[in-house]
Ligand binder design. Structure first.
Ligand SMILES: Cc1ncc(COP(=O)(O)O)c(C=O)c1O
Length: 399
């Protein structure tokens, strides 16, 4: 395996091999579950020698992890070329919180994309504000214009590309260039693309954040998050995370490692099916717009074409007219799409979404209500037939 690791290999090969160090697996194919709180030492001298801040990858105390968590963190680092290391968290939101707290101090200002995941916004306007950190929301399509928003107190820029619910693709190279020139830290919520479709650290991002709950786990049964740091950014992230007492259950890390092994082939199928369905929807008269980064209607589509290696399974569409009841008739008619939060699992989901409720720097003027789809691993034709029935119900309810 070490010979293969030295040659450039494809994504599917990388996720199969990542993190499976012999000293952590002991010959077992997927790293097993090591459960621990207490670690026993041979004598007092060994106990004294085990301490210190940098206990990563060394058994010390359960909160500092065991080979089960280290293996997953190591795998995620491997998937981000150029990264220093990764810290794991019990959810994606916990990962976002630790990343932000590792770079911001009272008196600082954060620039936060207006299309960010709503709980990220709430963290900024709630927790961060309470600790004296100000937030300025910016247009996801601002690009190099972000330079005009930077003031004396600006310390960091948080990006999420594509944006939650509306999928605007940011001009990330332009924003990273401004941030580097002005000495700001960049953080990216990279959950939609994953490092396979957008290698964030290689592209100049300082902290790459994943809700591993989605595509890494892939089976809708575990909450987990990660932050992967560029060189020079890990020590602060680790210290902040230790001080916050963050630790992930080894059972959850084990399930995430298991999910990771199939992430590349799952993503390929999510991509194929979501693209077919997005194009089918775009040709329907009941649909006013399809917000999928790979389709020309999506704001920032040119950035997607330039910067991304692929697209995943989550996108939205805007209905041509209709009201809340007509949208509900569509969604309630679907038999293969579950109604529920989250995404990235093997099963399809449909969600009514109202992005304007979460925007302050930009305004949307959509032709009708919006639906977000998570395209799972079912047969594409079956999903299209289901949506066809849903659109018929929408037509009838719209009148
Ligand atoms: C883009 C994005 N980031 C972060 C999160 C948060 O992840 P978690 O649910 O694991 O806290 C989500 C969850 O839906 C998300 O959609």
């Amino acid at each position: 395996m070490s010979d293969a690791a030295d040659r450039p290999v494809g994504d599917a090969t990388r996720v199969v091999a990542a993190g499976r160090r012999a000293e952590w697996t002991g010959g077992i194919v997927n790293p097993p579950v090591w459960r621990a709180s207490t670690i026993l030492y041979d004598d007092v001298a060994a106990l004294r020698a085990a301490g210190g801040r940098d206990t990563h990858h060394r058994l010390f105390y359960g909160r500092r992890g065991t080979p089960t968590q280290w293996s997953l963190a190591d795998a995620l680092t491997t998937l981000e070329p150029g990264a220093e290391a990764t810290f794991l968290y019990p959810s994606g939101v916990a990962a976002l919180a630790a990343a932000l707290l590792s770079v911001l101090s009272p008196g600082d200002e954060l620039l936060l994309v207006d299309s960010a995941y709503d709980p990220t916004r709430s963290m900024a306007t709630g927790l961060l504000k309470r600790f004296g950190i100000a937030t300025r929301f910016y247009d996801p399509l601002i690009g190099a214009g972000i330079a005009d928003l930077i003031g004396d107190r600006t310390r960091a820029i948080l990006l999420e590309s594509p944006g939650s619910l509306t999928f605007e693709v940011q001009d990330l190279p332009a924003i990273v260039a401004v941030a580097k020139a002005r000495g700001l830290v960049t953080l990216l919520d990279n959950t939609w693309a994953t490092p396979l479709f957008f290698p964030a650290i290689e592209r100049g991002i300082d902290l790459s954040i994943l809700a591993c709950t989605k595509y890494v786990v892939g089976h809708s049964d575990v909450m987990i998050g990660s932050v992967t740091a560029a060189p020079g950014h890990f020590a602060k992230l680790r210290d902040t995370s230790f001080q916050l007492g963050q630790v992930v259950s080894p059972d959850d890390a084990w399930l995430a490692s298991r999910g990771l092994r199939t992430m590349a082939v799952r993503l390929a199928q999510h991509q194929r099916s979501a693209l077919a369905i997005a194009h089918w929807l775009a040709a329907r008269p009941e649909v006013a717009a399809v917000l999928h980064p790979a389709l020309p209607d999506c704001p920032g589509h040119a950035h997607f074409v330039r910067d991304f290696k692929g697209s995943s399974g989550l996108f939205s569409f805007v209905l041509a007219g209709g009201d809340e009841a007509a949208r509900a008739a569509l969604i309630d008619t679907l038999r293969l799409f579950g109604i529920g939060y989250s995404w990235g699992g093997f099963e399809s989901l449909a969600l009514p979404v109202d992005p304007q409720r979460y925007r302050t720097a930009t305004r949307r003027d959509d032709a009708g209500p919006m639906v977000r789809l998570q395209i799972g691993l079912e047969d594409t034709d079956d999903l299209i037939a289901d949506l066809d029935a849903g659109l018929a119900a929408f037509r009838a309810a719209r009148g």
